[in-house]
Write a protein that binds this ligand. Structure first.
Ligand code: MSP
Length: 520
């Protein structure tokens, strides 16, 4: 079946009941950095994102706003969700909406296939449903309410009471896949990562799986069940299928076999859907399970998961309007260990912008280029002999390229950036120690001056290539100023250190300009 030749990576598809906040943008950026990295490694990388548009949550929001759910979804997709991609500079290869015909038709094919194979039956269910999560909750998922909900059990994520539902629905025989799933986690320890997420999923499955209610008949905003149009497909069952319908399942076999299986980047709130329900659905259909499900942590505000419903949401543009998309991308990828929760603070963002991006990286680039202009008329020196200090920088370039590549291999984006920053720091230390401005005062030191500037230029070229997935705009400007040929985003990242320099530099505007305004 799959030849798995591609690096296919996905974000969750986002609910269109509201506009994006920085938590959503965080997921987008992480997946985009990984996709860009793999593209620059010469792989056929393919990034999918999109929107989740069916279900009760969207229906209720649309009704409350006096429009049809499709009108509501269209409005939010065009005015909020697609623009988010430009706001944080996402280079996605496709954008799927669950209301796309290509999705609806092929999701129905999948369902019919499961039905024909005997994995679906009619049953009854009563339980507590959280519309915010679009999920039936077990008593152990609920917590004691506070404020107006004191004395009631509420959803641990949304802090509001669940609704008691009693339904006659179609069910997926998920309970029969418990052993196969446990074997999968055992045989492929990387299937669910990080380790904390893997452990949580294993202990959940070990408690025994129930069958899953996969249709609803009390409302009609969804994909019709193909053999019974009085039911619509449960929104999660519908949504998970986006990963294959967008990749050609049911309509483009060649594409599907090239792309599938995917790496799924998701927030830990939706880990079970991706690491339990989704592989069970695929096993039932005889389709290969995903390559990996990575559950990242939450952005916290005031110690709680940031969310619009709790009024702690921050719009991505609040940050990018002042700091730019590169700074947004850098900050969240660098400051938070990917896989763990992290608290956002304006102070931390400002401090890192100033010390790491503006002073550490931006100034280094401006100073070196200015010196090449001043001392060498803009011509990048070609040097025959390098000193030990120059060779040390060369060594650092190679070492951090390898370390960053290794870190990305296990999705440790923060570790990759930290490794690359060793080169930023070493180059700054090198310039301070070599004092090219002092060497320039005496023509007898000309050869040494040229070796220092050539070494620094090469270091900057390496940095431009390595940092391109994280700060694409700044590195594109830097690459042009360095006289690099082609696009920096087309340079092989696993060989970033091999770059030896262009013919001439051109002037470089400040990569990370000083920010005067008070923010927050
Ligand atoms: N529609 C479902 C996903 C279906 S995927 C087949 C959904 N959508 S969502 O819009 O509520 O959120 C999706 C994702 O946004 C989360 O899994 C997570 O990746 C991201 N985040 C939402 N809030 C977040 C934080 N506060 N912090 C980090 N990520 C957050 O769930």
């Amino acid at each position: 079946m799959s030849d798995g030749s591609s690096f296919y990576i996905t974000t969750p598809i986002f609910y269109v009941n509201d506009v994006p906040h920085i938590g959503h943008a965080y997921t987008e950026v992480a997946a985009d950095v990984l996709a860009r990295w793999h593209r620059q490694s010469g792989e056929d990388a393919w990034l999918l994102t999109g929107t989740d548009e069916h279900g009760q949550k969207i229906l209720r929001t649309a009704t409350a706003n006096g429009v049809t759910p499709k009108e509501w979804a269209d409005r939010l997709v065009e005015t909020a969700w697609k623009p988010l991609l430009a706001t944080v500079d996402i280079r996605n290869d496709d954008f799927i909406r669950t209301t796309d015909v290509r999705h609806e038709v092929n999701a129905q094919k999948f369902l019919q296939h499961l039905y024909d194979a005997g994995h679906i039956y009619t049953g009854e269910y009563e339980g507590f449903y959280c519309v915010g999560c679009e999920e039936y909750k077990q008593p152990s998922d609920l917590i004691e309410g506070v404020g107006e909900y004191v004395g009631q059990q509420v959803c641990a994520i949304h802090s509001i009471p669940c609704e008691l539902l009693h339904e006659k629905n179609y069910f997926f025989r998920m309970s029969t896949f418990g052993d196969q799933l446990l074997a999968l986690y055992e045989e492929n320890p990387n299937f669910v990562q990080p380790e904390s997420a893997r452990n949580e999923v294993i202990s959940f499955v070990k408690q025994g799986l129930s069958d899953l209610s996969i249709s609803r008949s009390s409302f009609d905003w969804g994909i019709k069940v193909p053999w019974d149009d009085s039911h619509v497909v449960y929104v999660w069952f519908d949504a998970l299928l986006n990963y294959i319908t967008a990749a050609g399942y049911g309509h483009d076999d060649e594409k599907f076999s090239r792309l599938w299986p995917a790496t799924h980047v998701v927030g830990k709130d939706i880990l079970r859907f991706h690491a339990v329900i989704w592989p069970a659905m695929l096993l039932a259909a005889g389709i290969e399970v995903p390559r990996q499900v990575f559950g990242h942590g939450w952005l916290l505000v005031g110690g709680e998961k940031m969310s619009k419903s709790k009024l702690t949401g921050i719009a991505p543009s609040q940050i990018t309007d002042t700091f730019g998309s590169d700074a947004f991308r850098y900050y969240f990828m660098r400051a938070i260990s990917f896989g763990q929760d992290g608290s956002f603070s304006w102070e931390d963002l400002s401090a890192r912008y100033q010390s790491e991006l503006a002073n550490g990286f931006g100034n280094l680039a401006s100073r070196v280029i200015a010196m090449v202009v001043r001392y060498c008329d803009g011509e990048i020196p070609v040097v025959g002999e390098f000193s030990d200090a120059d060779e040390l920088i060369r060594g650092t370039e190679k070492r951090v390229t390898d370390a960053a590549t290794l870190a990305i291999g296990h999705l440790a984006i923060h570790e990759a950036i930290a490794a690359i920053w060793e080169l930023v720091d070493d180059l700054n230390g090198y310039i301070t120690a070599q004092e090219p401005w002092a060497l320039a005062k005496d023509p007898a030191n000309r050869a040494r001056l040229e070796a220092v500037l050539a070494t620094a230029m090469r270091g900057l070229g390496t940095l431009a290539v390595l940092l391109s997935p994280v700060v694409p705009q700044a590195t594109a400007k830097l690459w042009t100023a360095l006289g690099g040929s082609g696009l920096v985003s087309d340079q092989r990242i696993d060989r970033a250190w091999e770059w030896t320099g262009g013919p001439r530099v051109s002037p470089l505007e400040a990569l990370f300009p000083r920010i005067e305004a008070t923010v927050g």
